[in-house]
Design a protein around this ligand. Structure first.
Ligand SMILES: NC(=O)c1ccc[n+]([C@@H]2O[C@H](COP(=O)([O-])OP(=O)(O)OC[C@H]3O[C@@H](n4cnc5c(N)ncnc54)[C@H](OP(=O)(O)O)[C@@H]3O)[C@@H](O)[C@H]2O)c1
Length: 234
């Protein structure tokens, strides 16, 4: 066990698999206590088993990111137990449909915007006061290349990520003179469920594994990080 994030409290959404799971394991291996959010209890437990086997510690929070009052309650629980939050990784996300904008299912559209965008504002609403209690609060938003390229057929996903990036940059600018450091990562093509759903014909072995992203997330989460408001393509 190394100690880059020793005793730091890190909340990671979308931690039941894929990139979030790799970040959780990477942070725990550096001494952080990780709070893992996702809906799939089995996935969270598998990540927890691996973290514990490596000597780390985690708290599991099975939760739907569309349940905004539950996001608020999580803020109250973190406050009660730790009185602060050092790191927030806003990673949880859904793909939705790949289809022309005008044909997008309206219910699914709202769901994608809720999970990928609104839930992250809701996270900030209840976690910002806790991040300010940290001596070096760090926030990392996970975006996508689709936010910048207006890629055809990516619909609500691309729109949600564009909104997320604008929200993250506004939040970073609002905190330019604070101890908080807020950055955005575009992970690029990574071997996960979202990638497989978007590119079903692709051989997964041709794209990088989630754990290759861990060093970048560690850099942005560490108390030594001085970057703020950056969009970093992995
Ligand atoms: N993989 C890529 O090539 C790629 C490229 C660009 C950007 N990204 C971004 O990377 C991030 C991680 O995605 P991934 O590639 O690792 O995909 P993934 O393996 O499908 O992971 C998505 C995570 O989000 C969680 N999630 C989805 N809907 C949720 C909900 N309603 N409530 C709570 N949790 C929810 C999932 O958990 P449950 O299903 O258990 O709830 C899962 O843990 C996302 O922000 C994605 O947009 C990925």
């Amino acid at each position: 066990m190394a100690d880059l994030l020793k005793k730091r409290i890190a909340l990671i959404t979308g931690a039941s698999r894929g990139i979030g799971s790799a970040i959780a394991k990477g942070f725990a291996a550096e001494g952080a206590h990780v709070i893992l959010v996702a809906r799939t209890v089995g996935g969270l437990e598998e990540v927890d088993d691996e973290i514990q086997a490596a000597g780390g510690s985690a708290s599991l929070v099975p939760m739907d990111l569309k349940d905004f009052p539950a996001i608020d309650r999580l803020g109250a629980s973190i406050h009660e137990r730790w009185g602060k939050l050092d790191i927030l990784v806003a990673n949880g996300s859904m793909l939705g449909q790949l289809t022309p904008i005008h044909q997008y299912d309206p219910i699914l559209w709202d769901e994608v915007i809720a999970v990928n965008l609104t839930a992250n504002q809701r996270l900030l609403r209840s976690k910002d006061p806790l991040l300010r209690k940290s001596n070096a609060g760090r926030v990392i938003f996970v975006s996508s290349g689709t936010a910048q390229t207006a890629r055809p057929f990516w619909g609500a996903y691309a729109v949600s990520k564009a909104g997320l990036e604008t929200m993250a940059r506004s939040y970073a600018a609002e905190n330019a003179n604070s101890k908080l450091k807020i950055n955005i990562v575009n992970p690029g093509a990574t071997r996960t469920n979202i990638r497989a759903a978007a590119y079903p014909g692709e051989d997964p072995k041709t794209v990088k594994a989630p754990k290759t992203l861990v060093p970048l997330f560690l850099e942005l989460a560490s108390p030594a990080c001085l970057r703020n408001g950056d969009l970093i393509k992995a």
